[in-house]
Design a protein around this ligand. Structure first.
Ligand code: SF4
Length: 347
């Protein structure tokens, strides 16, 4: 089966793709996957929150929004050195990409020197760098690119039609503009969405159409499953059928054959069988847990066990040196995280 890279998908065409008999859809997706990737390799990234909570935006799924009472402990922008230390630990634990996320509408000018220093510091460790800081204009995009930032994450979240149900403080076109600025500055784009927010199948198709019809496919496509956090407007949201999640992964693989499709938030709530189906359908990247480096993360061991069961050789030391990873996690957990922060919010 030959695949071509297309940028002219229609929503109805993708709905037809999603509605195929599951075996046909999975076979097609897996065939495409094998043409472009080693089917037994999964890329591993680590995500660190460098500034947590108190975000002015109103994303209905997000515990970091200041508008919702989610009992989330706010944390100020981390010190540069502390971020570099976390990156070193992540590298030793097997991650080759270090993603840094800040709960901002967009980075403020006074934050930029620190953020740029973080990029340079992590880059100097020989790791790939990724950031998600909110909206970016052309100037900030260029400065981040010059500092060595490889990837910028900015999700579209859902279809343009459903978007207004989820976020009102920034528009869909704002998001597309940020992606455009990131790409023009020469960085790679990481962009995906969240499933299970009450959207319909046509919205999942619509999200994929937006991503696949960008002038260049995103290099990474994170597909998240809603984590229902108490205090957010989506706390009581009904369950998404796991097979609809798998179908969306498969369609993403078919439509964006050369992109890394990433299982992101919500993976903790997926069964091993569901994750295995996602890997078969074309997912080939995972996050190694937001809390990995501040609290011991049992999921790390679970991931190793699952990879071993599935014969997935992530080509990382994480599968070869679990003892070293355990020791690193213990050391990280003994640190006093509060000592690592300074008050960047004071103007
Ligand atoms: S912009 Fe990001 S951090 Fe802020 S509420 Fe939305 S998802 Fe959360």
């Amino acid at each position: 089966m030959q695949t071509t890279t297309r940028h002219d998908w229609t929503v109805s065409e993708v709905e037809t793709l999603l509605q195929q008999p599951l075996n046909d859809l999975l076979f097609q997706a897996h065939s495409v996957h094998r043409q472009h990737f080693d089917a037994n390799q999964v890329q591993v990234s680590t995500l660190l929150s460098i500034k947590t909570g108190a975000c002015p935006e109103d994303c209905a799924y997000c515990p970091q929004s200041a508008r919702y009472d989610t009992q989330l402990e706010k944390e100020k922008l981390m010190e540069v050195e502390a971020v570099i230390e976390k990156a070193k630990a992540a590298k030793a634990a097997g991650s080759d990409r270090f993603c840094m996320g800040a709960a901002w509408r967009s980075p403020r000018e006074k934050d930029m020197p620190y953020v740029l220093a973080m990029v340079k510091g992590v880059k100097d460790l020989g790791m790939e760098t990724c950031m998600t800081l909110g909206m970016l204009d052309e100037d900030k995009s260029s400065r981040l690119a010059e500092a060595g930032l490889d990837y910028y994450n900015h999700n579209l979240d859902t279809s343009p039609e459903y978007y207004g149900e989820i976020i009102t403080t920034r528009s869909y076109s704002d998001r597309l503009e940020t992606l455009d600025n990131v790409r023009k500055a020469g960085m790679k784009v990481c962009s995906g969405g969240i499933l299970g927010m009450g959207e319909q199948q046509k919205d999942r198709a619509g999200l994929l159409v937006q991503l696949a019809n960008l002038p260049q496919h995103p290099d990474s496509v994170p597909i998240n499953q809603l984590v229902k956090v108490a205090g957010t407007p989506l706390e009581q949201q009904g369950e998404l059928d796991p097979l609809d999640f798998v179908r969306t992964i498969a369609a993403a693989r078919i439509m964006m054959p050369e992109s890394h499709v990433r299982l992101s938030a919500g993976r903790e709530e997926m069964s091993e069988e569901m994750q295995a189906m996602c890997f078969f359908a074309g997912a080939n990247s995972i996050f190694y847990g937001e809390c990995l480096l501040t609290t011991p993360n049992p999921a790390a061991n679970k991931d190793q066990a699952l990879f071993r069961k599935l014969g997935i050789n992530s080509d990382h030391r994480v599968t070869q040196q679990p003892k070293a990873l355990d020791e690193l996690l213990k050391t990280a957990a003994q640190e006093d995280p509060q000592a690592l922060f300074y008050d960047a919010a004071v103007s």
